[in-house]
Write a new protein. Structure first.
Length: 367
């Protein structure tokens, strides 16, 4: 059955009614959909694509073979993926090595390697599927996730995970998008009212640590976290260590659209969390209010990932085990900040999105 949730209009009515009720404390319910894993256990692990066939199950697809482009503590080099757009969000292509400037803690760095990145994508769709708000946002997110598949190419890899009180692997990495589509169609009504966003993201980043390829996570969620073992500070510290690009699609912008009081402070915090996850990792966050926005958003996500430039440099400062802030700038042939005309014909600086920093190893381990 297609995930349109036939009673969508009824659910929306229930949503609107729920939004005006003061107090938004969601508690876990004991009801389960058959035998489920206790919350204290670890979630099902993602079996990531690897560079070898060792341990590969019979019938499993050949994994991606492209080299990883990541910040590595085992190398003397730091890799930074950057997306360059104009003020209207249009991708800027055709840039050369000479157009980029990289700063490590404010110090200019020599770019040792440069290339547009055209490797196949390796993406985890991380979908909130909780029963909060009568399950409306969970059903909506599943419908949206299905739309993202249309923007993937045959060589791309995709996996599907959901989270409520716990995380669940619904479909491991595959190049057959029909398998993910089928997994989305088989989702029943969410079993719990909780949302462990921090735990789900933290664990997914750990599971992607040794995965090869251009790695990214597409989070489709409200942005609320109600029951995670990890807190926000721990989540942000983990993001400082990752090379995974995170894109977020916020599902709950309708809270501001339909609630007479407008968006609550809790939602504004949830929205800010999604924006921070994306900004720190060089991705983007989107907050659509209308269904018609979704095709353009998912096309943008895929286009930005394919349009990244990879910049490689060897840090000029010794390894100190600290977090180093990164800054990437784009200049014209004269060395001035690059400007492009916007829709009104006025020249504006281009927009560069790249991870905001990296964790340097200690001097004893070296890069």
């Amino acid at each position: 059955m297609k995930l349109t949730i036939g009673a969508k209009a009824i659910l929306m009515g229930a949503l609107i009614a729920a939004l005006v009720i003061p107090g938004t404390a969601w508690t876990a319910r004991a009801q389960q959909e058959g035998p489920q894993q206790p919350a204290s256990q670890q979630p099902e692990p993602v079996t990531p694509p690897t560079s070898t066939n060792g341990g590969q199950q019979k019938g499993q697809q050949q994994p991606p073979s492209q080299p990883t482009t990541s910040i590595s503590v085992q190398s003397t080099l730091v890799d930074v993926d950057a997306v360059v757009t104009d003020q209207d969000g249009n991708l800027v292509t055709g840039l050369q090595k000479e157009n980029f400037r990289v700063f490590d803690n404010g110090q200019p760095q020599q770019i040792a390697n440069f290339a547009p990145t055209e490797a196949p994508l390796t993406t985890v769709i991380l979908l909130e599927y909780s029963a909060r708000f009568y399950g409306y946002f969970g059903a909506q997110g599943a419908y949206w996730a299905d739309g993202f598949l249309q923007n993937l190419k045959p060589q791309d890899w995709v996996a599907l995970k959901t989270f409520d009180l716990r995380t669940s692997l619904r479909q491991d990495f595959t190049q057959d998008k029909r398998e993910v589509d089928q997994a989305l169609r088989e989702l029943g009504f969410p079993g719990f009212h909780e949302s462990v966003l921090f735990d789900a993201l933290y664990e997914t980043l750990d599971q992607l640590r040794d995965v090869r390829g251009k790695k990214s996570i597409l989070i489709i969620a409200t942005g609320f976290d109600t029951f995670s073992k990890h807190n926000l500070d721990q989540m942000l510290n983990r993001l400082k260590e990752t090379e995974v690009t995170i894109f977020c699609v916020g599902m709950a912008e309708a809270l501001d659209l339909y609630s007479p009081q407008g968006a609550s402070l809790g939602y504004l915090q949830a929205k800010n969390q999604l924006e921070t996850f994306s900004r720190m990792t060089g991705g983007y966050a989107f907050f659509p209010r209308f269904q018609g926005e979704m095709p353009g958003i998912f096309n943008t996500v895929a286009t930005y990932l394919r349009g990244q430039y990879t910049l490689v440099f060897s840090p000029s400062t010794p390894a100190d085990g600290r977090y180093h802030k990164l800054q990437v700038e784009v200049v014209d042939e004269d060395g001035n900040p690059m400007e492009l005309a916007n829709k009104k014909g006025k020249k504006k600086k281009v927009v560069v999105s790249a991870r905001t920093g990296y964790m340097a190893p200690t001097s004893t381990t070296g890069y």
